[in-house]
Design a protein around this ligand. Structure first.
Ligand code: ZN
Length: 313
């Protein structure tokens, strides 16, 4: 085992780069701008330059680096083929092969949500477990399934896409994916606000939320924590939808733990409580005691997971 690894989390705006010891200790992290021009063709070169600059500064040879893991905001197959990444301007190509040749280091790539799940399993909310489902509740809903310590990429790189599980047959508004009734439409930050506005639009509601010019997901959870009855009904609905969806996932995957991350998870214990209650009510009896925990690595989860992927090879 070599001593160092890089974890590179590629986002639409910035690329987060973490420099790790292969023991899991993060030594340093920094960000570079994602240059999306020319179909994203500058991105890999920018990462190579940044990695080489770091190695030169530390006086470390590439021979001491186990590899580079990269998280990509789109579907990635187990063999490293990216299947279109609108946020980066990338089409369909084998990013592992291209980056390995360019960097002169072994490269492994994965979908960003899957990779963040691996990071939380390694050093975060799922530490100590090897069967983990992590759900990231942000602007959208991403997720990753880890079984036996390995990411389940799926045939089309869509393994763990629980955000697009259909949870409501009657929904008329369209999800970002083009279909209707997806989990993401109710349990992302935007989803929670949408549920709230829909509830308010019915009228006759007394709630502190009407005083706000613009309602955020945080406002809804804060109001519920303060005992606002209307906000509590929204949080309960959120818990029923997410807890119910996780109960279905448990029937297929039966993980040791569900780790909940992303901006919405900053609501904390109130979120865990409502999801756990609804999960227990709907889960198959054999898995109704599955642990539900908060993510702990925040925005660093992707870098940790990428490094882990590079180390595991
Ligand atoms: Zn969808």
């Amino acid at each position: 085992m070599k001593k160092y690894a890089f974890g590179v989390d590629i986002g639409g705006t910035t690329i987060k780069i973490g420099f790790f010891e292969t023991t899991g200790k993060m030594l340093d992290k920094w960000e570079i701008v994602t240059r999306k021009e020319n179909g994203g063709s500058l991105i890999l070169g920018d990462i190579k330059a940044s990695i080489e600059e770091k190695l030169a500064k530390e006086g470390i040879s590439k021979d001491d680096v186990q590899g580079v893991g990269m998280g990509v905001p789109g579907p990635v197959t187990n063999g490293g083929v990216v299947n279109k990444c609108a946020n980066l301007g990338w089409g369909v190509f084998n990013v592992e092969e291209e980056a390995t040749a360019l960097f002169g280091l072994p490269v492994k790539a994965g979908n960003d949500a899957n990779v963040a799940s691996l990071g939380e399993m390694w050093m975060g909310g799922g530490k100590g477990y090897e069967n983990v489902v992590m759900v990231t509740l942000g602007t959208g809903v991403g997720a990753g399934v880890i079984i036996g310590g390995k990411i389940i990429h799926g045939t089309n790189g869509a393994g763990g896409e629980v955000g697009h599980m259909k949870v409501d047959e009657d929904e008329t508004e369209v999800c970002g994916c083009g279909k209707t009734g997806c989990l993401e439409q109710y349990t992302s930050a935007t989803g929670v606000v949408r549920l709230t506005k829909r509830g308010l639009a019915k009228g006759g509601v007394e709630t502190c939320l009407t005083k706000l010019d613009e309602i955020t997901c945080k406002d809804v959870f804060d109001a519920a924590r303060e005992g606002d009855a209307f906000a509590c009904t929204i949080v309960e609905k959120f818990g029923k939808i997410l807890g119910g969806a996780l109960a279905k996932v448990a029937c297929v995957v039966d993980p040791q733990v569900f780790v909940i991350g992303g901006g919405v998870s900053k609501a904390g214990q109130i979120l865990i409580d409502v999801v756990e209650k609804n999960f227990k009510a709907e889960a198959f009896h054999a898995c109704e005691n599955t642990k539900i925990a908060l993510a702990t690595l925040g925005n660093d989860a992707g870098m940790y997971g990428c490094a882990k992927m590079a180390i595991d090879g």
